[in-house]
Design a protein around this ligand. Structure first.
Ligand code: G3H
Ligand code: ZN
Length: 280
């Protein structure tokens, strides 16, 4: 059934496990991720980024409606989340379309502006029962919080969380977005200090670049929501490439979208297990 991100994150935190949140670009992503959640018997978050909405012509409705229908039909809890939102119109449209949570990404702004913007949007979202994740990297960091080398300071993270009222905090601890090799080295000691300093659950972004053992260690150290995008796209595109290479007469997209979707399901199921602390 459809679930709320807040419930899934709270349950994961209480059981000292993580909950995986996967990025949805196409309907096949939502189907594959949900099939993986059903296969593993684990809850999952389907997240739609502002970039994905832009790809679909700037309209949030069709993607949210498709993902929502898939979530409602699932045998495990599936929540809908809006990821990396900078455009407030999109944020409002997403909430109207039915997402249960949003990530306000004001991390490219100077610290004081990040605080003011995040606090204002959080108040609005809370008045509608919507859970809010925000992001904090380095003060004045020009490339956003998840450029390589950026680290979140625990004292500043605690102050930011208190000043904004957010429900979860994305922190920079060594991962970076869109890595195609799983070579990121996380600062586990920093994750522990952030967990001790910050009252709300922590979120790991750029998790595709993090290997299984390191992901398990990150969750054990205090990461709760684990965001994964690129890993599924590697599986998707690899399967399509393989199919097209052996069949140069194919016309029906279902011929290559089916193996692509299956490949994403396999990768998502494995990562769901890893994030939940299972052997995988
Ligand atoms: O918000 C989405 C995630 O941070 C995904 O990052 O594509 O590097 O796994 P990734
Ligand atoms: Zn991210």
């Amino acid at each position: 059934p459809a679930a709320a991100t807040s419930a899934l994150v709270t349950a994961a935190r209480e059981s000292r496990h993580g909950v995986a949140a996967f990025n949805v670009i196409t309907l096949e992503h939502a189907e594959a991720i949900t099939a993986a959640a059903e296969r593993t018997g684990l809850p999952v978050v389907l997240q739609i980024s502002e970039n994905a909405v832009r790809f679909h012509g700037g309209r949030v409705g069709p993607l949210v409606a498709g993902a929502s229908a898939i979530a409602h039909g699932a045998s495990v809890p599936v929540a809908l989340h809006l990821d990396h939102v900078e455009d407030e119109d999109l944020l409002r449209a997403g909430v109207a379309a039915g997402v249960s949570s949003v990530m306000v990404d004001a991390s490219k702004l100077p610290y004081e502006e990040n605080v003011a913007t995040t606090a204002r949007i959080t108040e609005w979202a809370h008045s509608r029962g919507v859970w809010v994740e925000a992001e904090l990297g380095e003060v004045g960091g020009k490339d956003g919080a998840h450029a390589p080398g950026v680290r979140t300071d625990p004292a500043e993270a605690a102050a930011f969380t208190a000043a904004t009222g957010v429900d979860a905090l994305a922190v920079a601890v060594g991962s970076s977005h869109a890595m195609t090799e799983r070579t990121a080295r996380l600062d586990l000691e920093l994750i522990g200090r952030l967990r001790a300093a910050v009252a709300v659950p922590l979120v790991l972004h750029g998790s595709s670049g993090v290997a299984d053992a390191e992901l398990r260690a990150a969750v054990a150290a205090g990461m709760v929501k684990v965001n994964i995008g690129t890993a599924l796209n590697i599986a998707f595109t690899g399967a399509v490439r393989e199919h097209l290479a052996q069949d140069d007469r194919v016309v029906d997209p279902r011929r290559y979208l089916r193996p692509a979707r299956d490949a994403m399901t396999g990768v998502a199921a494995h990562l769901l297990d890893v994030v939940a602390g299972r052997a995988g």
